[in-house]
Design a protein around this ligand. Sequence first.
Ligand code: BTN
Length: 266
Amino acid sequence: MDVNGAGLDTWEGCSVERWRTRWGVPELHVFRQVASTNDVARRRAEAGAPDGAVVLADEQTAGRGRRGRVWVADPRQALLLSVLYRVQEPSGALPLRVGLAVADTVDGAIPFVCQVKWPNDILAGSRKIAGVLCESASASDGGWMVAGVGLNVLQTRSDFPPELRDTATSIAAEAGRPVDRADIAGRLVAALTTLTDPAGPLSPGELDRLRRRDALCGRRIAVDGTVGRAEGLAPDGALRLRLDDGRLRHLYAGTVRLLHQTSEQP
Ligand code: BTN
């Protein structure tokens, strides 16, 4: 939890209640510092918080990425937020749907089109600008999903740790000008809380939008050592991977490595 044990009453010059009504969300918790917004959102889910509840923090002390990786961001440089979705059944389509919402939001602020890289990255050019971590639980009376988004907003190149400088970027770095974090937060929350069917299969329209943003389609890749050519995404969120022997595999999780030559091995 927040070091002071409670959420903030004001954030970026306005009361949190004012942001809540402006953003039209049923519940908004804003923290100066938490371990992970996904953890707070999970606790809110277990305590009965409504669909569309949002948790936002200026800093995380134990931000998580996929597969046990850490997610680091200096205080007040990024948007670190989690949205709670009450769903019938958790679904693998949510990370890509959230990726689309993040990409739509970022597109309005930088001079080019973001790409979505299965399963959970949003790229600006070849650099990662945001990541999505979805966590869920099923229950007989309906489950929940939490979508956590880490979106780099204000960082300059030198703000990133040396090992990330060549692969990470932010909205301000791409836009070449300062941007308003609260304005981006409002747009992002609006995009995330107006999804019509968060856990449903990806619609033909969403698949079409993903096709136009797909960072992998047509590329030769290795997914945890399995090599093939990416052939787009399936309605359930799977990556379609055409193996060298012609078989098509649907993958539901994995870490992707781009292979640059036909002969390159994983
Ligand atoms: C990834 O790229 O592996 C996913 C990164 C997700 C980071 C966000 S920041 C807000 C939310 N809270 C977390 O602990 N993780 C997600």
